[in-house]
Design a protein around this ligand. Sequence first.
Ligand SMILES: Cc1cc2nc3c(=O)[nH]c(=O)nc-3n(C[C@H](O)[C@H](O)[C@H](O)COP(=O)(O)OP(=O)(O)OC[C@H]3O[C@@H](n4cnc5c(N)ncnc54)[C@H](O)[C@@H]3O)c2cc1C
Length: 240
Amino acid sequence: MTTTAYWRPSSVAQALELLERPGAVALAGGTRLGGERTHEEVEVVDLQALDLAGFRAGAGDELTIGAMTTLQHLADGDGVPDVVREAARREHPSTLRAQGTVGGCLATGHPESELLAALLVHEAVVHLRTRETTEAVPLAQVLADLPLPAASLLTAVTIRTSGPAAVFRTARTPADRAIVAAAARASDGGRLLALTGVAATPVLVEPGAVPDPPGDFRGAGDYRRALAEVLLARAVEAIA
Ligand SMILES: Cc1cc2nc3c(=O)[nH]c(=O)nc-3n(C[C@H](O)[C@H](O)[C@H](O)COP(=O)(O)OP(=O)(O)OC[C@H]3O[C@@H](n4cnc5c(N)ncnc54)[C@H](O)[C@@H]3O)c2cc1C
């Protein structure tokens, strides 16, 4: 990746205008973007001067998390549900947690992200802006539609914090990234279940309706499906 221009806007409006320039790309913590090896020419729009980090309590049990909140800040956050804090801690080693952001994680949609699975069961709604529109979109839909629309910015994500929740996982070693992880949460409307490692992004699932997972060197599709069913059952039992 070759950077042909560097911009540091001081407002979201300015950032959105800059993101309309040809080749413009948003830079948050840079843990993924900084490692990309392509021959593409880009104009970097650095989001660090925007006021998009931190937490805001809303009505009832709502908590809004700014897109530039780092994964470490989330892992340490007061009022953040335990499974979300723990998933943020598992996302990266501490050096990358101090840099990587919630917005970068949402925009990436990594299939093994336990943080995304935890946010899904906490009914996450993403605040998505373009110059013309401001939308609140369910996280499941944002992930299904990735990549993000051109010249758009994630500014925050709102979750519901109440209700018992649990995450169960299987990895090659305790410190390794999970091959499959299952998250469950009891909410007013019933039960929410999510899986990592079975689709192109973490997904919400219905009981007994695990998608057909693709296999890789860490686990064939059938093995992943079997793991998903066992881990979901454990997560459901834990929140009962
Ligand atoms: C060694 C290593 C391992 C990794 N493993 C994983 C992993 O397992 N799972 C995972 O999810 N990621 C992984 N990543 C990628 C990345 O670290 C995480 O997704 C991270 O949380 C990205 O956050 P960031 O702030 O560093 O994003 P950046 O690298 O700055 O940006 C990542 C992408 O998100 C876009 N973006 C960032 N913020 C916004 C925003 N507010 N609005 C719109 N677009 C935005 C950027 O334009 C870019 O396309 C890994 C990275 C490294 C270096």
